[in-house]
Design a protein around this ligand. Structure first.
Ligand SMILES: [Zn+2]
Length: 146
């Protein structure tokens, strides 16, 4: 079966002109990374700084990630895992131990974890039908003299 994994028919540039560095903010291309870097700093300073701050922002935890880690810890706590930090570092290899420790100390994480622990430990009790206070309606049709 003739397979050519390196050639992409939708993008002929990838095989022949792989060496050009294309600016991600405009259409210009450069033969070297240095040339591209200089161009971006000079021509797109705002975008350049924004891109850097986006990369830095990536260090913070997304709510979803906090929830994932809290549910992992809740699972570990229920299973009697002794070294939660170790378990979490293994489960989230892209995070450092310090980052995980710091996150576990944060109030936000604690509240997510405690809500996970309470909701999942809660026994499934049959919901008793609660009597409605509005169930009793006064029928005043019979009121009247004579
Ligand atoms: Zn550019």
């Amino acid at each position: 079966m003739p397979v050519q994994p390196s050639s992409d028919p939708n993008n002929p540039n990838t095989s022949a002109l792989n060496k050009t560095e294309k600016c991600r903010f405009c259409d210009r291309s450069f033969t070297t990374k240095n040339g591209l870097g200089l161009h971006i700093k000079r021509a797109h300073p705002v975008e350049f700084n924004a891109a850097i701050s986006v990369e830095r922002k990536n260090v913070t935890w997304s709510p979803e990630e906090i929830r994932m880690m809290a549910s992992k810890e809740a699972e570990g706590l229920r299973n009697g895992v002794r070294y939660i930090n170790v378990m979490l570092v293994e489960a989230f290899p892209e995070r450092t131990l310090d980052a995980i420790k710091g996150m576990r100390r944060s109030q936000k994480y604690k509240s997510v974890l405690s809500s996970l622990m309470t909701t999942e430990v809660q026994p499934t009790s049959p919901s008793a039908p609660s009597p409605s206070p509005l169930g009793v309606l006064v029928d005043g049709s019979g009121v009247g003299s004579f």
